[in-house]
Design a protein around this ligand. Structure first.
Ligand SMILES: NC(=O)c1ccc[n+]([C@@H]2O[C@H](COP(=O)([O-])OP(=O)(O)OC[C@H]3O[C@@H](n4cnc5c(N)ncnc54)[C@H](O)[C@@H]3O)[C@@H](O)[C@H]2O)c1
Ligand SMILES: N[C@@H](CCO)C(=O)O
Ligand code: NA
Length: 432
């Protein structure tokens, strides 16, 4: 039986679990692969650092470059742009295939890496980069390749889903929930990538590129995180029958007579009856809408060392099988370029919370602003604060779908009204 040398770069949350599987399940893996997968070494910064798994000390090395040069398959789980990018290019240059979970790198420089891998006739696999354990890139790239995908909508960041879910179900504070997500190994090394929405944005760009056979640059993703979401927002949403989720939404649509792709990440109100509202903890779920398949939903653990190791190992086995069978190994390049559409072109629906004077004519003044911008109101709820010294009320509007530009202009015009004390929240709504 052929032996394939595997180099592991990084031994943190995910890497340590991948090492464990490679060592513990070696017999099963070779039976499935048709080759012996030999863990040749693990590149780390400090071989003596404590790790979750007991791993043989002799596997550790600080010389990642030399390790890469000896390998048939390189698994990159260090994260970050450098030295991950240089080491992956080094691996490709040496004819090794690469498996990575590094969405930040793929979103920043994926197109160049896919091209290099294709030209070198090696494979670059990255199922772990999007929605952790959920097999989502394979289904989009392979199973749905005979269909036309129109929209992908997903909860693709476990940390933020965990935080929002804890705030919603237990009344936890944002900071406490984030600390727990970090302790459980869900968060990125720098968790601002999670809470700022950038991790979801990177995944959204990867999903859009595969779903729409294009190269979607992360800089074109409109990105809003959850750092401004307050306990009051969560309570008000709950009161109105909604839950707040951080969604990544990738859509292909026509604008001004030409097709384009938009990707946006933002906190979103969903009716509590919506299937995505039932995605709790660090779980992820991805909805795919395709012309012939209709609606599909993929659900599972989106973060954490062990679940993510499952996706990594799936790629390792797939890559190894291809090596055993021979033939072309490369990734399929994007078949065309579909331009990126800005957020203003998207059609969506808003929930707008207002603190207003509780006086005659206020509601009609606000309603007039909606009418002036061609935005239709779906529902309005008023809560009066009768015990306040100056009678005030909270108004909450949910609009019908309208162009984002019209909705944003409506909010700006409302802010200018004398009868408004403040705009207390503006959130987009899906699933109504
Ligand atoms: N944790 C998850 O749930 C999850 C899920 C999907 C994808 N990912 C991705 O997988 C990758 C790894 O994530 P993680 O959670 O295991 O991160 P981690 O921070 O726990 O582990 C990364 C390890 O790489 C090591 N490392 C960094 N630079 C190095 C260098 N130059 N040389 C040697 N070692 C180096 C670090 O010391 C650390 O031990 C990241 O790209 C991340 O985005 C993580
Ligand atoms: N930090 C990421 C890891 C999975 O990619 C998350 O919370 O979803
Ligand atoms: Na995945």
């Amino acid at each position: 039986m052929k032996t394939l040398k595997v180099a592991l770069l990084g031994c943190g949350n995910v890497g340590s679990q991948v090492a464990r599987v490679l060592l513990d399940d070696a017999a099963d893996l070779s039976a499935r692969t048709g080759a012996r997968l030999e863990l040749a070494g693990i590149a780390v910064r400090n071989p003596d650092a404590p790790r979750g798994e007991e791993l043989p000390r002799e596997l550790f090395t600080t010389d990642a470059e030399a390790l890469v040069e000896s390998a048939d398959i390189v698994i990159e789980l260090m994260g970050g742009i450098e030295p991950a990018r240089t080491l992956i290019l080094h691996a490709i240059g040496h004819g090794a295939s690469v498996v990575t979970g590094n969405k930040a790198l793929l979103a920043a420089d994926g197109a160049a890496l896919y091209e290099k891998a294709d030209a070198a006739g090696v494979r670059l696999a990255y199922e772990a980069a999007v929605a952790g354990a959920i097999p989502i890139l394979g289904p989009i790239r392979d199973s749905l390749s005979g269909d036309r995908i129109t929209r992908v909508l997903g909860i693709v960041n476990g940390t933020t889903n965990y935080i929002l879910d804890q705030m919603d179900t237990t009344g936890a504070q944002f900071a406490d929930a984030l600390a727990e997500a970090q302790r459980l190994g869900y968060a990125e090394a720098d968790p601002t990538a999670d809470v700022g929405g950038h991790d979801a944005a990177a995944k959204g760009a990867i999903l859009a590129s595969l779903a729409f056979h294009t190269t979607f640059d992360m800089k074109n993703v409109s990105c809003e995180g959850i750092t401004d979401i307050t306990a009051q927002d969560i309570a008000a949403a709950k009161d109105a029958g909604f839950v707040i989720k951080l969604l990544a939404i990738a859509e292909k649509f026509e604008s001004d007579g030409a097709e384009g792709v938009s990707v946006r990440v933002h906190p979103t109100l969903l009716p509590r009856t919506h299937p995505l509202a039932a995605v709790h903890g660090a779980f992820n779920a991805v909805f795919v809408e395709a012309e012939n398949a209709g609606e599909l939903m993929f659900y599972g653990q989106g973060a954490g060392g062990t679940p993510t190791a499952s996706a990594v190992m799936g790629d390792v086995v797939t890559v190894a099988r291809r090596m055993v069978l021979g033939g072309h190994m490369g990734v399929e390049a994007a078949s065309g370029h579909v331009p990126a559409l800005p957020l203003e072109k998207v059609t969506t629906s808003y929930s707008i919370g207002l603190d207003v004077a509780d006086a005659p004519g206020v509601l009609s003044a606000v309603a007039q602003v909606f009418a002036d911008h061609g935005v239709s109101i779906e529902t309005m709820r008023q809560t009066s604060h009768t015990d306040a010294a100056n009678a005030s009320a909270e108004l909450r509007f949910v609009t019908h779908r309208a162009p984002e530009a019209a909705l944003a202009a409506t909010v700006e015009a409302i802010k200018g009204l004398d009868v408004i004390n403040s705009v207390t929240s503006v959130l987009r709504v899906e699933g109504v």
